[in-house]
Design a protein around this ligand. Sequence first.
Ligand SMILES: *Cc1c(COP(=O)(O)O)cnc(C)c1O
Length: 404
Amino acid sequence: MLNVPIYLDNNATTPMDPRVLEAMLPYFNDKFGNAASRNHAFGWNAEEAVDYAREQVAKLINASPKEIIFTSGATESNNLALKGIFEMYARKGNHIITVNTEHKAVLDSCKHIEKLGGKVTYLEPAVDGLINLEDLEKAITPETIVISVMYGNNEIGVLQPIEEISAIARKHGILFHSDATQAVGKVPVDVQAQNIDLMSFTAHKMYGPKGVGALYVRRKNPRVKVTAQVDGGGHERGMRSGTLNVPGIVGFGKACELCMNEMEEEAKKLSKMRDRLEAELLKVEESYVNGSVEHRLPHVTNISFKHVEGEGLMMGIKDLAVSSGSACTSASLEPSYVLKNLGLDDDLAHSSLRFGLGRFTTDEEIDYAIDHVSKAVNKLRDMSPLWEMFKEGIDLKTVEWQEH
Ligand SMILES: *Cc1c(COP(=O)(O)O)cnc(C)c1O
């Protein structure tokens, strides 16, 4: 028997791997020490555990352990990267380049920086979600201090051309930051080979615990520093104070180790499942994949069903935990800004579903999703006068609706 509801929202968060939980448990009680206590074994044990986790995390992205700054998650890492660079490099310039489909943690940090007098260019990606490298190069000014472009998009899974972007940043002597929250642990990420200077990521999107993440900060060629946004005891090389979340960090390390060992196999398995889900759902009339299908994370697909009402669709698939681009299910009233910024009509943005597969997704669950989504879409359309008009060949855009 299949257990419902079925979880296909792994871009929002992932369940913790039981092996991660097991690694964490001793650090809640027996080994409860403060990693900054230098005078006794309780502190030393905690410090040792943190050091080991720092190595596990660094290894996954081919960094040195000293380049890992532990934070509370990717939101904090993005804040620290952008605000920290803005403060640290104020004498060099005040201009930031980013993209209007970034996560809110990047966009809202940029808005804050604008209030402080900074200048921000928001690049507009093409309809496939990819940025244009010529646009990027044209946006650079002598004042530009950092380019911040996410690795893989959380809504559509699109992978940006990271190496090309970092090459442009290098050529102009500008720092490159990437929010790689959705990519680390899912696809190979290598801060050396890919010339990434700062990178944000988080444990709870890769089968680790919530409330712990990291900012990678390059120490060589160039040596990067960010101004702390949380001041205090001088932890994390002075860039992020506060007693370390030892159990969380231990879990993060274990999660990274598991991804390191299993990522390749897992990506193959998940992309096969995702492709099957997508192919079957595209058999439903008037359904479209959002974003590039060539440059994409292996476990994500985002599909719009034309002439279907988003709220109705979500009601029709109650046993499936997925995300929708429609207003009703999210905190804001607007449909997904990411889809709108790709140029989708409100209509298509509203009727989109994001499927995020994960380590524990099964073929039976995919069967269930295919069946239930297809049926729900067809049922809604059967009841819809709009769909009837569409089928009669009426161009809905030209219809003049009677005002009441
Ligand atoms: C989830 C997510 C974040 C926020 O991470 P938290 O650890 O929850 O703060 C930032 N960026 C992207 C792309 C995400 O998917």
